[in-house]
Design a protein around this ligand. Structure first.
Ligand SMILES: C[S@@+](CC[C@H](N)C(=O)[O-])C[C@H]1O[C@@H](n2cnc3c(N)ncnc32)[C@H](O)[C@@H]1O
Ligand SMILES: Nc1nc2[nH]cc(C(=O)O)c2c(=O)[nH]1
Ligand code: SF4
Ligand SMILES: [Mg+2]
Length: 209
């Protein structure tokens, strides 16, 4: 079996859990309006995942690239964020080619556990303990965003930062349910280690998708 779920199997379509126009809540693009495309399917299995409903790809209807791009064209923002589930379970070459040819800026949120495909204007790499990330993400990531769930995650974050290309921005993001406990530690850590910045899930505070 190939590592990427073959697009042929889906007839060139991709399973779409949801697509919505909102404000990017996390990382470097925080505060920008963006159209989010959430692909169904993930086999990484993070215990604290905030979108477990996405994991089973079969639950979600398949859409053609044309339908996905038409969805994005309804809104004024030229920024599209592709997320999931784990979007790189699929080959995304055709999706980014179509989005970029229509003038969209294509950003992705990925765990890096599956092969890189697509041409991205911005790649957010959020590695997970639950499935080893692949080497190519250390060489291409624009931002490394490590979720902090407990104290041991700081050391783990540094292990990934040590391997990442020097231009990559470094973010620590509190796991939402552990935020009360971990945010004070993250604040002290960033004060001591100014290479890192804090990323909060600001959409959750704003109560928007
Ligand atoms: C739901 S994931 C989907 C994209 C991809 N599977 C990944 O993990 O990067 C989107 C972002 O949310 C983060 N995330 C997921 N659950 C979270 C939680 N409970 N608290 C904070 N961040 C979380 C992930 O680390 C990732 O950066
Ligand atoms: N507003 C908003 N910003 C986000 N940034 C990353 C998200 C994701 O689930 O990938 C996300 C999301 O679900 N909503
Ligand atoms: S890799 Fe992303 S979508 Fe998959 S379980 Fe982890 S946080 Fe959730
Ligand atoms: Mg989210």
């Amino acid at each position: 079996m190939t590592e990427n779920k073959q697009v042929a199997e889906l007839n060139g379509k991709l399973p779409i859990m949801e697509a919505f126009y909102t404000i990017q809540g996390e990382g470097h693009f925080t505060g920008n309006s963006a159209y989010f495309v959430r692909l169904g399917g993930c086999d990484v299995g993070c215990v604290w995942c905030d979108v477990k409903d996405s994991w089973d790809a079969e639950k979600w209807p398949a859409q053609s690239i044309g339908e996905i791009v038409a969805g994005a064209k309804q809104y004024k923002s030229k920024l599209v964020v592709v997320t999931g589930g784990e979007p790189l379970m699929y080959n995304l070459d055709s999706l980014t080619e179509s989005l970029r040819s229509e003038g969209f800026h294509a950003n992705i949120e990925t765990s890096g556990a599956h092969p890189l495909s697509g041409t991205w204007d911005w790649l957010c790499f959020s590695p997970k303990k639950f499935m080893k990330p692949r080497q190519e993400f250390y060489e291409t990531a624009d931002e490394l965003k490590v979720v902090i769930y407990n104290k041991s995650d700081f050391k783990w974050a540094e292990e990934h930062a040590a391997k990442i290309r020097p231009e990559c921005l470094l973010y620590l993001q509190p796991e939402w349910d552990k935020s009360e406990k971990m945010l004070p530690e993250i604040i002290e850590y960033v004060k001591d280690n100014p290479r890192w910045k804090i990323s909060l899930q600001t959409h959750k505070f704003m109560q928007i998708p």
